[in-house]
Ligand binder design. Structure first.
Ligand code: ZN
Length: 202
């Protein structure tokens, strides 16, 4: 399965000059929502991810996704794995689990994102799950930005990766494009202004 082609075909791999949520700049931006707007594509990707997870032998009781980014990918993956699905959301900046969702003692939870950059949001959701008695047994995402090592890839873990190294991380592809700090960005030096994805209709 050529994930990059699927992202390109869906106009989900944007080229330009983007200001990322981290404050850094990049020539490329991944907009997973554009890939997932087609439920058939979402199912295709989730089925492929589920295949990897099943082959690994890791037993999953529940998929938990951090909102908003992981909601659709997480739901599609839970459907493909035929397991329970819950989500975590930020309330006043703090990740929490609401909506009457319960986590039982020892419940085996996989955290699912659309894209893992450093894994920060996923692990924040993971801390909440653990505080309720759940166990984080795996992490999954459609795409990996190349800062964390995923199963079946040669990409190595970078110092800013926040995922624990003792559980598997499953993703369909690595998108390892460069990011630049704003004071050392070649695109800024060319005189272009960086835009925040989403601010101009993207
Ligand atoms: Zn720039």
């Amino acid at each position: 399965m050529d994930i990059k082609k699927i992202y390109m075909d869906a106009n989900a791999l944007l080229e330009g000059h983007f200001k990322l949520s981290s404050g850094n700049h990049s020539q490329f931006y991944l907009q997973s929502a554009k890939v997932l707007e087609n439920p058939r594509t979402a199912k295709l990707l989730a089925d492929e991810l589920a295949k990897q997870i099943r082959a690994s032998g890791v037993k999953i009781d529940t998929v938990c996704a951090p909102a908003l980014g992981g909601l659709i990918a997480g739901f599609a993956l839970a459907q493909a794995l035929d397991c329970r699905y819950i989500f975590a959301e930020r309330v006043d900046g703090k990740m929490s689990i609401r909506r009457g969702f319960e986590v039982t003692q020892g419940e085996r939870v996989l955290l699912c994102e659309d894209i893992i950059t450093t894994g920060g949001s996923a692990m924040e959701a993971g801390e909440v799950v653990k505080s309720l008695g759940g166990e984080i047994v795996a992490v999954a995402a459609l795409a990996n930005r190349g800062f964390c090592k995923r199963e079946n890839s040669d990409v190595t873990t970078k110092p800013n990766c926040k995922l624990p190294q003792n559980i598997p991380f499953f993703a369909l592809a690595d998108f390892t494009f460069e990011i630049h700090s704003p004071d050392n960005c070649p695109l800024c030096k060319d005189g272009n202004e960086a835009i925040k994805p989403g601010s101009r209709g993207n």
